[in-house]
Design a protein around this ligand. Structure first.
Ligand SMILES: NC(=O)C1=CN([C@@H]2O[C@H](COP(=O)(O)OP(=O)(O)OC[C@H]3O[C@@H](n4cnc5c(N)ncnc54)[C@H](O)[C@@H]3O)[C@@H](O)[C@H]2O)C=CC1
Ligand SMILES: O=C(O)[C@H]1O[C@H](OP(=O)(O)OP(=O)(O)OC[C@H]2O[C@@H](n3ccc(=O)[nH]c3=O)[C@H](O)[C@@H]2O)[C@H](O)[C@@H](O)[C@@H]1O
Length: 437
């Protein structure tokens, strides 16, 4: 099938290479600078396995790039929209990128019979888009086909999803969608468009709620001297609950959880429904970094001029994406308290924010620091020589924001003088020199 994809951000480019690998003839469209990079076989987003797959697709010849809507859509059987849908300051979803696509489509005069919306959009959006196209005399079926991939494992998630959802109103569009996904072995749920739109928001906000629940329990564990890792293990082995997304830590970040939660809250407000579970989810998350900073400051007499080493800049391991990363909130608070931030990340080599020095290695970052915070659970952070790290520091305070250091490593650190280890949802450990009796 001939498929045109509009928008080659994380979702668009991953969909493009995967659909090309499934044997479709794919044209991906974006702005000129992005298209030039892709045409010269350079992936413009960092995602494990993406560059290799892009090179393969370019060699095989069924993936093309185009910056012009008219030529990109000529002869297309289906159009897949994967542009951004950020939140506006007033809490509503900004649909301007989708509206622009529609305008460009109308001007091009080409409209494939099937328009697949993959961008996450508020309930009712696809109905409006279809009415808009029909009003302009373009007889396309608009379907909603949510994407559930995670950054860092995007290709695997696209090719081996837990489920595929088609929100579509006609048998003809369902048949076309089934052809597009032929080759992917996953249960397919076919439903109306509005339900499909809500499935996407409900999935993301439910996952965010699980994380906030774990973080809420972590606070309780700290107060009562229990261990959140044990509590969540005991909870998550119940098959009705499941072990995933129960990892307490610095809170969730990334371009989607907060955005989608805000958008769903606004959808509720529009029809006069409050969504208190989601309000609490956001509130708990918003407090994670401020609480961490309070803990840190309580360990120093005066934060002014102290040097903090931060391990991990992106919002999670295996991505260089810093959108809504907890690191950014931490940075802002550190600046407020005049704490000097030195950071290290395996793939983010620089950040476009003032007040942070990005180190070339974790050891360089650790040298002369008065505390270290581990923000993301990259495996290479877990495997560092932590004794060396601590010995390089001016003051050996270690905040493990993801609870990833093993008990063995922590026991080793406790053999050294003057080390304070602050995990999440567990009692603080201090080596002999620092214990107060
Ligand atoms: N990032 C993720 O992991 C996931 C994102 N989503 C949803 O997918 C959508 C896209 O997300 P991302 O890929 O992260 O967005 P992004 O912001 O990384 O990429 C959007 C791309 O669309 C391009 N674009 C915008 N208007 C265009 C136009 N008129 N013509 C051609 N290109 C245009 C932009 O230049 C940009 O490259 C959002 O609605 C998001 O909520 C869904 C699942 C996962
Ligand atoms: O709509 C989207 O954009 C995507 O959002 C998330 O994917 P993503 O944001 O890429 O990454 P996640 O692995 O979900 O992590 C999100 C945040 O939650 C945090 N997290 C995750 C799990 C956990 O147990 N605890 C926790 O704090 C991560 O560190 C990260 O900051 C969803 O998992 C995807 O299904 C969805 O498609």
């Amino acid at each position: 099938m001939q498929i045109t994809i509009i928008g080659t951000g994380y979702v668009g480019i991953v969909a493009a290479v995967c659909l090309a690998k499934l044997g479709h003839n794919v044209t991906a469209m974006d702005r000129e600078s992005v298209i030039q990079s892709l045409q010269s076989n350079k992936a413009h987003v960092w995602e494990p396995g993406l560059q290799e797959l892009l090179t393969e697709c370019n060699e095989e010849g069924n993936l093309h790039f185009d910056a012009d809507m008219a030529s990109a859509t000529a002869n297309a059987d289906a159009l897949l929209i994967a542009v951004g849908t950020p939140t506006r300051a007033d809490g509503h979803t900004d649909l301007s990128q989708i509206e622009n696509v529609l305008e460009q489509l109308k001007q091009s005069g080409n409209c494939p019979p099937l328009v697949i919306v993959k961008s996450t959009v508020p309930v009712g959006t696809c109905d409006e888009l279809e009415a808009n196209l029909h009003g302009a005399g373009l007889r396309a079926d608009v379907v909603f086909n949510p994407e559930f991939l995670r950054q860092g494992s995007a290709i695997n998630d696209f090719m081996y999803p837990d489920r595929i959802v088609f929100g579509c109103q006609s048998r003809h569009s369902e048949i076309m969608l089934r052809q597009i996904y032929q080759g992917i072995d996953a249960p397919i749920q076919v439903c109306d468009r509005r339900s499909a739109e809500l499935i996407k928001y409900a999935s993301n906000t439910f996952l965010a709620m699980k994380i906030s629940f774990a973080n809420m329990m972590a606070d309780l564990c700290e107060g009562y001297g229990a261990d959140i890792r044990q509590v969540m293990k005991g909870v998550g082995t119940d098959r009705r609950i499941g072990p995933h997304f129960l990892q307490a830590g610095v809170g969730y970040g990334g371009s989607c959880f907060s955005k989608d939660l805000q958008s769903l809250l606004t959808s509720g407000k529009v029809i006069g429904r409050s969504l208190p579970l989601l309000e609490a989810t956001a509130q708990i998350n918003d407090q994670r970094i401020p609480q961490l900073v309070v803990k840190l400051i309580s360990l120093w007499e005066n934060p002014n001029g102290k040097r903090l080493g931060v391990l991990g800049i992106s919002f999670k391991p295996n991505t260089n994406d810093v959108r809504d990363a907890p690191f950014l909130t931490l940075l802002k608070l550190c600046q407020h308290h005049r704490i000097d931030v030195h950071a290290y990340d395996p793939v983010v080599q620089q950040v476009a924010f003032e007040g942070v020095t990005v180190a070339d290695s974790p050891y360089e970052m650790a040298a002369h620091s008065d505390a270290i915070i581990l923000m993301t659970e990259w495996p290479q952070f877990v495997e560092l020589d932590w004794v060396r790290m601590v010995q390089l520091m001016r003051q050996s305070i270690l905040l493990d924001g993801r609870n990833v250091l093993s008990d063995e490593v922590v026991a080793q650190l406790m053999e050294l003088d003057g080390v304070t280890y602050v995990p999440v949802g567990r009692p603080v450990e201090q080596s002999v020199e620092q214990r107060v009796y």
